[in-house]
Design a protein around this ligand. Structure first.
Ligand code: HEC
Ligand SMILES: [Cu+2]
Length: 357
């Protein structure tokens, strides 16, 4: 080879150059596509031939089974993930959602018992020992009034949201409220899940931190609870919906007609202040009608006076109204004796005895 083709030094071989000449193409002989005779020297023995047949049949089986396994796996996984037909199993995702819902309710139960039961009652029956919260477990209330949105707002804004009473004793609960309360958004969610939980599911009382089921130390059984809301509840046809403000729940219930008060009758005064009757021992004239003057001094809080006889039958009940307001009622003649009285809004804390003599 040289760097300067055509100018090779004298006497050297002439350089071969492109395009290189090719020998003319001759058609390839047919034998070229068959194996050379040397390779066919050894024929397959019949044993070897049988072995080859068997092996390829095995290989086909392996392939077939592998395909079947893959198909079965895909089918089973499909049903596991999306639910078997005919409702034989639930889709995995909705199982997971149910399980998380149960956990939420069970945690919400603990949050409720720790924070709310003292005012709203262990069972949501209202009027706990710490203050006087309204009932939360009434079906007509849970049906629509206590919806998720409303509960969110009440826990965010506090008791003043409920009836617009700025002096409400229920504080703000959410830590995003103003002023911030003690519960974070997860606890609020859990509380709402608990308050809306249905009564057809039995939940387990769990330890707040470990989530272990709590066991009754006496019977050794796991403690359980049920939701409050009856999922099949339907309001009576024509029933009025639950009032926007819980205080009106009592006001709208069977009011005694406002009878005209006899100006000459003796006046007996009942006073409600700070969720209590200021006088728990009251004296009234026997066998003669008298005027019950009820002075409700609790602004925004409904109270009433219900007088019973010793057999627990109601002999008289005033209207239920929010204070601060004073109203007079005519009480029919009572035979001499002693009569327990109470406020039906706060039946556990507001009680007293009326003596007719
Ligand atoms: C200090 C007592 C007290 C505590 C504790 C308390 N509440 Fe209340 N709650 C009230 C009072 C009182 C009202 C009525 C508001 C008003 O009109 O002043 C009320 C109202 C409500 C209402 C609205 C009820 C209705 O009929 O519209 C809901 C819901 C509620 N509370 C949930 C809770 C929850 C959940 C907790 C626990 C985190 C809780 N409360 C803790 C006293 C309390
Ligand atoms: Cu009362």
């Amino acid at each position: 080879m040289t760097d300067t083709p055509g100018r090779e030094p004298e006497g050297s071989e002439p350089e071969q150059r492109l395009p290189a000449t090719r020998p003319p193409a001759t058609p390839a002989p047919v034998e070229r596509f068959t194996s050379p005779p040397a390779l066919r020297k050894f024929e397959l023995t019949p044993e070897r031939a049988a072995q080859v047949v068997r092996q390829s049949s095995n290989a086909r089986w392996v392939g077939f089974l592998a395909t079947v396994i893959v198909i079965l796996f895909v089918a089973l996984y499909w049903f596991y993930e999306l639910g078997a037909p005919l409702g034989l199993s639930e889709p995995r995702l909705s199982q997971e959602i149910t399980a998380q819902q149960v956990t939420k309710v069970e945690r919400g139960y603990n949050v409720y018992q720790a924070n709310c039961a003292r005012c709203h009652g262990v069972e949501g029956e209202g009027g706990g020992e710490g203050g006087d919260g309204p009932t939360l477990n009434r079906q007509d209330k849970l049906f629509e009034h206590l919806n998720e949105n409303y509960l969110h707002n009440v826990l965010m804004v506090g008791g003043r949201y409920v009836c617009g009473n700025p002096a409400s004793i229920m504080p703000v609960w959410a830590d995003t409220g103003n002023p911030p309360g003690p519960l974070n958004y997860r606890q609020i969610e859990e509380l709402i899940a608990f308050l809306r939980a249905t009564s057809d599911v039995t939940y387990i009382v769990r330890d707040e931190h470990l989530l272990d089921p709590k066991v009754d130390p006496v019977t050794g059984e796991v403690l359980t609870f049920k939701g409050w809301r009856d999922p099949n509840y339907e309001p009576e046809p024509g029933a009025t919906p639950y009032p926007d403000c819980w205080a009106n729940e009592f006001v709208s219930a069977s009011e005694p007609p406002a009878a005209s008060v006899d100006p000459n009758a003796e006046v007996v005064t009942f006073t409600a202040l700070s969720l209590a009757f200021t006088e728990t021992e009251v004296t009234a004239p026997a066998d003669t009608p008298f005027t019950l003057s009820f002075d409700n001094q609790d602004a925004g809080v409904p109270h009433d006076v219900q007088i019973k006889d010793t057999s627990d039958a109601v002999v008289f009940k005033t209207a239920t109204f929010a204070g601060a307001e004073k109203r007079d009622f005519s009480v029919p003649a009572l035979p001499a004796g002693s009569y327990p009285f109470l406020c039906t809004v706060h039946p556990t804390t507001m009680t007293g005895t009326l003596t007719a003599e």
